[in-house]
Design a protein around this ligand. Structure first.
Ligand SMILES: Cc1cc2nc3c(=O)[nH]c(=O)nc-3n(C[C@H](O)[C@H](O)[C@H](O)COP(=O)(O)OP(=O)(O)OC[C@H]3O[C@@H](n4cnc5c(N)ncnc54)[C@H](O)[C@@H]3O)c2cc1C
Length: 429
């Protein structure tokens, strides 16, 4: 069987691509392949499903007849083994081959599992990336009292919070000396750590699990420091790495993720990539990197889809941006997160209780910001950063808790609101 368009991946990137293709081309054949058996769902909602705040139906952000409506053949629960660049085919696990004229690879990320002595496929060890993962965790925590979460990043802390709300005794083990290190600074790390501790979660920092004990089920973990912790469950959430398995050993260039240009073209003709498996151009950093974020995957998919149909588009804006909350503490970040002590940048910050605002500037332009606690109007910082406006004349006001639109000089206000500003992240070329 040969299709005009084949998309590997049925999540943000794949769906963005399929929808863009159908905006331009209703006629050509289109196949979407996904190793997961579910119709497209929101990965970001997994913690809320575990929490019981949403039911299964709310996880799905497209209706049941979505594939029919966009006239796409959905191959769900079907794993692609490899891409054959020369013959323009994808080879399925079953051995079947599907041909394509244009291909999008949107295979996302996979969990990183650090080496731990004794870790095999014990049934109470989990990762937390997929719907299958959350179903397993949900079932397991019904019969568990104690859990160890390895990893104090966003996903690890989200799981830890939900499980502690469910009444489990939770211990978080983090290798670094502070939580959320890749996304926030020391100040916010400490506030978040305190929130967890106040809610009865033990935060074990600067340590990791070196050994797990138990055959069928893990009974205890031993830390590098020698401490032994009895547990009913282990959740491993130390990071996500680009899932580039289907292109390994092909001519498609891979760095950390699949290398693409701003049209999402890979190094192989007619083959595109986007989302967590690819490296995109970070407009603030000025270089390519993996940015595992939902809106970037979706926009990248749209850019790829248009280009696959011959309508030229580029991804014009992508950078790190996170909105998160732990217990009652809200955080919004954008752009660069300076490691503490880095120079060459101007840093302005202000803290009032737990309300924290910090901007990182270079040559008068915002390169990054963190807002914690009261997060209203953080969107203005994102807009100023994105439009690369020189904020020197009002930089001090950016970190005031009262900061608002009226603090921005009139001429900039027009620039921010007016026609000059290109809205959207996809540009015609
Ligand atoms: C718990 C959690 C919370 C998150 N919260 C946020 C958030 O608040 N904001 C945000 O911006 N981002 C968030 N993210 C990240 C966001 O979900 C990802 O950036 C986004 O899902 C990436 O989309 P993608 O299309 O690149 O890949 P994925 O969503 O990873 O999907 C990959 C697709 O490829 C398929 N696939 C993979 N390998 C194969 C194969 N060999 N054969 C066939 N199919 C294959 C999979 O079945 C799946 O359909 C969160 C992620 C998690 C896990």
């Amino acid at each position: 069987m040969k299709y005009d368009y084949v998309i590997i991946g049925n999540s943000a990137g794949g769906i963005g691509c399929a929808e863009a293709i159908r905006e331009v081309d209703r006629e050509s054949s289109l196949a979407i392949i996904s190793a997961e058996k579910y119709r497209t769902y929101s990965r970001a909602l997994i913690p809320y499903y575990l929490d019981g705040r949403i039911d299964e139906e709310k996880m799905y952000y497209r209706p049941e007849d979505f594939y029919e409506k966009i006239d796409a053949e959905a191959h769900l629960g079907v794993k692609v083994e490899r891409v054959n660049v020369d013959s323009k085919e994808v080879e399925l696990e079953s051995g079947e081959k599907l041909g394509f004229n244009k291909l999008l690879i949107a295979t996302g990320g996979k969990p990183f599992i650090p080496p731990m002595e004794g870790l095999k496929n014990q049934k109470n060890a989990f990762t937390f990336l997929s719907f299958d993962d959350v179903l397993r965790v949900k079932e397991a925590c019904e019969n568990s009292d104690k859990v160890v979460v390895l990893g104090g990043g966003i996903i690890g802390l989200m799981v830890a919070e939900v499980l502690s709300r469910k009444g489990l005794e939770v211990k978080v083990v983090e290798l670094l000396e502070r939580v959320l290190a890749p996304v926030v600074d020391e100040t916010v790390s400490r506030i978040v750590q305190r929130k967890f501790e106040e809610n009865g979660v033990e935060m074990i920092l600067g340590d990791t699990i070196s050994k797990v004990s138990g055959e069928e089920e893990i009974q205890s973990v031993t830390l590098r420091s020698g401490r032994k912790i009895e547990t009913d469950m282990l959740v491993i959430a130390v990071g996500v790495i680009p899932n580039v398995d289907v292109v390994k050993g092909t001519s498609i260039k891979i760095n950390r993720g699949i290398v693409v240009n701003r049209k999402m073209e890979t190094s192989a003709k007619d083959i595109y990539a986007c989302g967590d498996c690819a490296e995109v151009y970070d407009s603030i950093l000025g270089s390519y990197r993996v940015l595992p974020l939902w809106p970037i995957a979706y926009s990248g998919g749209r850019v790829a889809g248009f280009n696959m149909c011959g309508v030229e588009r580029e991804l014009i804006f992508a950078t790190a941006m996170n909105a998160m909350h732990f217990f009652d503490y809200y955080i919004i970040t954008g752009g660069l997160n300076l490691r503490d002590g880095e120079r060459d940048f101007e840093v302005i910050s202000e803290i009032e209780g737990e309300n924290y605002r910090k901007v990182v500037l270079k040559d008068g332009e915002i390169l990054g910001f963190i807002v914690g606690g009261e997060v209203r109007r953080a969107g203005i910082l994102m807009k100023l950063m994105r439009e690369k406006l020189n904020v020197s004349s009002f930089k001090e006001s950016l970190v005031k808790s009262s900061f608002g639109f009226l603090d921005i000089p009139k001429e900039f206000r027009w620039e921010l609101l007016g026609d000059k500003v290109k809205i959207g992240v996809v540009r015609e070329v």
